[in-house]
Design a protein around this ligand. Sequence first.
Ligand code: ATP
Ligand code: SKM
Ligand code: MG
Length: 171
Amino acid sequence: MLNKIVLIGPPGAGKSSIGKSLAKDLSLPFIDSDTEIEKSSGKKISEIFVDDGEPHFRALEVEKVKQLLQDFEGIVSLGGGAPINTEISQILESASYPVIFIDVSIAQAAVRIGFNKDRPLLLINPRQQWMNLMSVRRPVYEKLASDTVSSDSKKPHEVAKIIVEKIKAKI
Ligand SMILES: Nc1ncnc2c1ncn2[C@@H]1O[C@H](COP(=O)(O)OP(=O)(O)OP(=O)(O)O)[C@@H](O)[C@H]1O
Ligand SMILES: O=C(O)C1=C[C@@H](O)[C@@H](O)[C@H](O)C1
Ligand SMILES: [Mg+2]
């Protein structure tokens, strides 16, 4: 039985929006690693970056994501940088559940991300930073993904529908 689907991809791909739609379609619960880190720490991600630094955020992230991947049954949206951690990538690489890379072009990501202060890695020159992150991360996302779906020019519920079709075709 399908009890877990993990969504990976860069900021602005639509993981959180698509994940919620997918959860509704499949009548499964939804969880977002960023939101869970914020709940446990009582701080926004941007505050953790400013107050405690990125290494502290990454330490919280690896523990939270490992716990979610082990215990949570439903749709899991991971923070954009989570798959870069070796412990997390090893878990995803040997996973028996679908790992979906939500791809997006820089043109669409730029529109969606804008200058949102909630994305601490993209505060200065967000377009260039996003491209820098993607040049390192794209090969990792591609290696870990059991399927890739682009969210360009599609609404979250349309992407969710495509994901369901791809997964059902494999069962
Ligand atoms: N398919 C889409 N078309 C247009 N806008 C979208 C689409 N998907 C998401 N958005 C919008 O883009 C923004 C980013 O979406 P979302 O938060 O779901 O992305 P994310 O991949 O979870 O990003 P992050 O890694 O920063 O959490 C939101 O404002 C959302 O409403
Ligand atoms: O791409 C990243 O490294 C990040 C993406 C967000 O989901 C958050 O996890 C945080 O802002 C870091
Ligand atoms: Mg998100």
